[in-house]
Design a protein around this ligand. Structure first.
Ligand code: UD1
Length: 431
């Protein structure tokens, strides 16, 4: 197994063979948001009634979360993009390490378990290929709500003291606007006694999606989308039917696919308002973009250099830094890309360099001199978005590239190559 920072160069099975140089044309339909789906699934633990989720993408991460919920006694049934979850009884509030390991979002279970049962034992998700990713802010929030939390032998043990085992509302100021910590505290606080406020809260659309689903279940949450969220605890929540928002990162990836291949494309089933930062940067590059109620069109010809710094929402998303850098390797002029969220999110740089890209990397800042065309090569993705980046680079490169790292890609993109092929790409998956 490759370790962090090392990438296997063996041609793995499965892999993609990508013939570069094709123009794209037509329409791509975007699926439901992975980062919403995972957290909405854990919210099903908050009620003994049935939850029906629509627009749930077919991803290995979603299947991994289903396995974790099943291990806790949740009944899960998936029919296409509809997922029914029924946590009538939670039989086990301690999901096993084998299932939790590798799926960082599994830690989201801690909030709902504490809220509903007053106890939870979740193995620490550990480090990750893109950085250390601590959960200190999640734990700080749970402690503020009255939970007793300890970390023993790599497991976070949390319990609520008192006869009613009910968390108590509190005022919490986050050190950083962590998406996961905001979601954990939201799910714990909805069943707490009294009012909770979260200041310096994350504003990401996926946080807003979770709050909307919780309110549909009977929660009382306000202020979401701003930096201060207020939650008035209720005694219990009920079942609901809810539709996850479209995946803004998948949508952004297809906009960049159009730009890097200098093509014209329509992206449908999206919320353009969630993509403002990426649309702005693509316009700055020279792309012509029109937004409609639920779709976006892009027409790309010459691409000019731009500078990018990743930021929490509504800033430029870290999850699109790698794909956008792939585009900038072909831009006219010099671009500077600065990664501010994660310490190890430049794994695509050596792979892009193997394709001829001119990039100088100093810690988390990359200086990119655009070149007229990349050249095909065997390349390997080291994490989800770096693999997406080299797929896009291969679409623009001269010749046929072999792309490894599909175990990462399939975590976050449902049928990426099928969708690209439907608009003119030439990609074969070799199983
Ligand atoms: C979520 C997304 C991920 C995205 C990220 C940032 C999911 C499943 N994943 O991850 O795709 O890249 O938001 O948009 O939704 N931090 C701390 N202490 C903490 C928690 C976080 O210092 O307790 C730091 C992290 O190290 C990182 C930054 O805060 O530097 C952002 O992390 P966070 O927003 O928590 O990301 P995730 O929720 O893990």
């Amino acid at each position: 197994m490759p370790v962090v920072g090392q990438i296997s160069r063996e041609i793995q099975k499965p892999h993609l063979e990508i013939l570069g140089g094709s123009k794209l044309a037509g329409e791509v339909k975007i699926g439901g948001a992975k980062n919403s789906a995972l957290v909405l699934m854990t919210a099903s633990l908050l009620t003994e009634e049935k939850i029906t989720l629509n627009n749930i993408p077919n991803l290995t991460d979603v299947r991994g979360m289903q396995e974790i919920l099943l291990a806790m006694g949740v009944n899960c049934e998936q029919k296409s993009d509809l997922l029914e979850l029924h946590a009538k009884q939670i039989l086990n509030s301690a999901p096993p390490y084998e299932l939790v390991n590798g799926l960082r979002a599994s830690f989201f279970c801690i909030g709902p378990l504490l809220g509903r049962l007053g106890q939870a034992k979740i193995p620490l998700p550990g480090g990750c290929r893109i950085g250390a990713r601590p959960v200190s802010e999640h734990i700080k929030g749970l402690k503020a709500l009255g939970a007793i939390v300890s970390v023993e032998h790599g497991v976070v043990k949390a319990s609520v003291p008192g006869i009613d085992k009910r968390l108590k509302g509190a005022s919490i100021v986050l050190d950083c606007p962590s998406v996961g910590a905001t979601e954990t505290i939201l799910m714990a606080a909805v069943l707490a006694q009294g009012t909770t406020t979260i200041e310096n809260a994350a504003q990401e659309p996926e946080v807003q999606d979770l709050a909307e689903m919780l309110n549909t279940m009977g929660a009382r949450i306000s202020g979401v989308g701003g930096t201060t969220i207020t939650i008035t605890g209720v005694k219990q929540l009920h079942g609901c039917t809810y539709t996850a928002i479209p995946d803004r990162i998948e949508a952004g990836t297809f906009l960049i696919a159009a730009a890097i291949t200098r093509s014209t494309l329509r992206i449908s089933s999206v919320i353009p308002g969630h993509l403002k930062a990426i649309i702005q940067k693509l316009r700055d590059c020279g792309c012509k973009i029109k937004t409609y109620e639920t779709s976006i069109t892009i027409a790309a010809d010459e691409i000019n250099s731009v500078d990018i710094t990743t930021q929490p929402y509504p800033g430029f998303p870290t999850d699109l830094q790698a794909p956008f850098m792939a585009l900038l390797t072909t831009a006219k002029g010099t671009s500077v890309v600065t990664e501010k969220i994660y310490e190890n999110r430049m794994q695509h740089v050596p792979e892009l360099q193997r394709m001829g890209a001119s990039i100088r990397l100093q810690t988390n800042t990359a200086v990119i001199e655009g070149i007229p065309q990349l050249s095909a090569a065997p390349v390997s993705g080291g994490d989800l978005r770096s693999t997406a980046a080299i797929v896009l680079a291969s679409m623009a490169a001269k010749g046929t590239s072999t792309v490894n790292g599909l175990n990462h890609l399939d975590r976050g993109y449902s049928g990426l190559e099928k969708k690209l092929n439907s608009v003119g790409g030439h990609i074969q998956r070799k199983d």
